[in-house]
Every structure is written in structure tokens, then in C-alpha cells.
Ligand binder design. Structure first.
Ligand SMILES: C[S@@+](CC[C@H](N)C(=O)[O-])C[C@H]1O[C@@H](n2cnc3c(N)ncnc32)[C@H](O)[C@@H]1O
Length: 280
């Protein structure tokens, strides 16, 4: 883990930008143009949610194993970094969006132990991921500390100002309209609430960028084919990372959604980044 988010990181980002495709316009512009990207493919925006859900339904059973294999376990350190930054307190009312099989929620619940007063809400689009998460929660004896909701980050099934923290780990990249998801995050947060987004980002170290490209485009899809029997799902993973806004661009989106004190920290040379903000 290294790096610290700062405006100075921007010049470093530029060098790797050639291998990164700019995401298409969103929000109002996206309404006029009803297409979006699914990895490197252009598809009808209305189709993306179903495709993403289908993909995660297919990989749900192997999702956790693949995460460990693909990242060599480093995703665990990144998730710990998110929870460190959240610094959970007993009065936390947490919504973990795109919470999948529960990795963030389990960490928070385990840190707070008996101190957790309100169940952690885990919301995800894909029933299969939630089902895998419920099984894991039962194995860990955490079932009564979590509540699982099937729902879309773009229209959360929660009232306004109902949570004190919103987390999303490796989920925002998959959402069709990022601006809409950010607006929803702000809507459900109480004033004084925290927003934390962990996501793959843009590598800021040129040497690492070359190795990472090689690994991403050659090794990962082959690993997906061998272990999960699904080369396409892991090719999508790599492509979707390249289409996701880089560190500073994501800061601008978060600020545009009405959040304050937006900042980020690079993790492992920018392979991932942790963006944080306040809803004031
Ligand atoms: C890469 S997984 C991340 C899971 C978990 N947060 C983690 O870090 O291990 C992405 C998750 O996002 C969910 N997802 C994709 N689009 C979504 C949306 N629009 N709303 C809510 N969840 C979504 C998928 O179903 C999947 O479980």
C-alpha cells in the first residue's frame, strides 16, 4: 500500500492516460444518447443493469476465491484501509452499497463487536451475491448484525437522510449512471454523514502501469476462464476498470453531487483509490 491522495498526483496520472479510455458523457448527455459502455463494448444504457446482474449471478459462487487469487489477497488490505478510514463508532448507521458477499460489512461488524447498535445494511443488485453473503454471515455468527437488501445504487430502497455512512467498494464502476448513484448516496445520508468509495483507479507509477497492463489483459482473463469458467466476466472486469473515471475526475463527480471535503488516497500505486467525502 502506498501513496496519498493529493492534487500533485495529477501530473503522474497523465503518463498512464494513453492506455485509458475516457468514459462517455453521463447525466443529461447520457439521456440524449441512450448508449453506455459495458467493458469496451457500447450497449444500450437500458441493458447494462441486466448484463451486470447476469455477470455477477454467474460468478457469485467463485467470487471470493477469485478476489483472493486475482489480487494475491491485497484486496483485503484495501478493504481494511476503507474500514480504518471509516473508523466505525457504536452510533454508526451504515449502508454498504454493492456490498456483494459482505466483505465490508463483516469487517465493520467485527470491529465494532458488541458495540454495534444498528444492523449494517448491505444493498446489492444481484440476489446470488447476497445469498453468498448471507451464507458467509451465518458461518461467522453475524446474521443478526446485518440486513440484506436487493436494490440498485441508482434508486436506493431507503428514505432520505436515513444513514450516517455510505460505503461502496468495487461497485461504482459497474453502475450505469455514476452521477445518479452519487446523488442517491447524498440523498440517503444524514447531514454530517460520510461517503467512502473504494474502487480500481489509475496506476500512477509508470513501471507498475506496464506490468499491471500485462497482468490485466493477459493473466486475469485466463485466470477467470480457468478458475471461474468465465473468461468474459474477467475481461469485463479489466475493461470496466479502464473506463472508470480516474482519481481527479471521480473527485469532481463526487463534488458535483453535492459532497464536501472530497479527497482520495491511492492504494498500491493507484491500482485502487479510496475516495472520501462528507455530506454537510
Ligand atoms: C466487484 S463486486 C464488489 C462486492 C463487494 N463490495 C466487494 O468489495 O467485495 C460488485 C458488486 O456490485 C453489484 N452491483 C453492480 N451494479 C450495481 C448497482 N447498480 N446497484 C447495486 N449493486 C450493484 C454487483 O452485484 C456486485 O455484487
Amino acid at each position: 500500500m502506498n501513496g496519498r491522495g493529493s492534487r500533485r498526483a495529477v501530473s503522474g496520472l497523465r503518463s498512464a492516460e494513453s492506455s485509458r479510455q475516457e468514459p462517455p458523457p453521463r447525466g443529461a448527455a447520457a439521456e440524449k444518447d441512450p448508449t453506455t459502455h459495458f467493458g469496451f463494448r457500447e450497449i444500450a444504457a437500458a441493458e447494462k443493469g441486466a448484463r451486470v446482474r447476469g455477470l455477477f449471478e454467474r460468478v457469485a459462487g467463485r467470487y471470493d476465491l477469485m478476489n483472493d487469487l486475482m489480487s494475491g489477497g491485497v484486496h483485503r488490505l484495501w478493504k481494511e484501509a476503507l474500514v480504518d478510514r471509516l473508523d466505525p463508532r457504536p452510533d454508526l448507521r451504515l449502508l454498504d452499497v454493492a456490498g456483494g458477499t459482505g466483505d465490508i460489512a463483516f469487517r465493520v461488524a467485527e470491529r465494532l463487536g458488541e458495540g454495534l447498535r444498528e444492523p449494517i445494511l448491505v444493498c446489492d443488485l444481484t440476489e446470488g451475491m447476497l445469498a453468498a453473503g448471507r451464507d458467509r454471515a451465518a458461518e461467522r455468527g453475524l446474521s443478526d448484525r446485518l440486513a440484506w437488501l436487493c436494490g440498485d445504487a441508482q434508486s436506493l430502497p431507503l428514505p432520505d437522510r436515513s444513514v450516517t455512512a455510505y460505503t461502496i467498494a468495487f461497485g461504482l464502476r459497474n453502475v450505469t449512471d455514476i452521477d445518479l448513484a452519487l446523488a442517491e448516496a447524498r440523498r440517503v445520508l444524514r447531514p454530517g454523514g460520510r461517503f467512502l468509495c473504494l474502487e480500481f483507479s489509475q496506476v500512477v507509477l509508470p513501471v507498475l502501469a506496464q506490468l499491471y497492463d500485462l497482468y490485466s489483459f493477459r493473466v486475469l482473463p485466463a485466470m477467470g476462464a480457468a478458475v471461474a469458467g468465465d473468461r468474459d466476466a474477467y475481461a469485463y472486469l479489466v475493461e470496466s476498470i479502464r473506463r472508470f473515471p480516474a482519481q481527479e475526475a471521480l473527485c469532481r463527480k463526487i463534488a458535483k453531487a453535492g459532497f464536501d471535503m472530497v479527497c482520495y488516497r491511492n492504494l498500491t500505486g493507484g491500482i485502487a483509490a479510496l475516495h472520501t467525502a462528507w455530506r454537510l
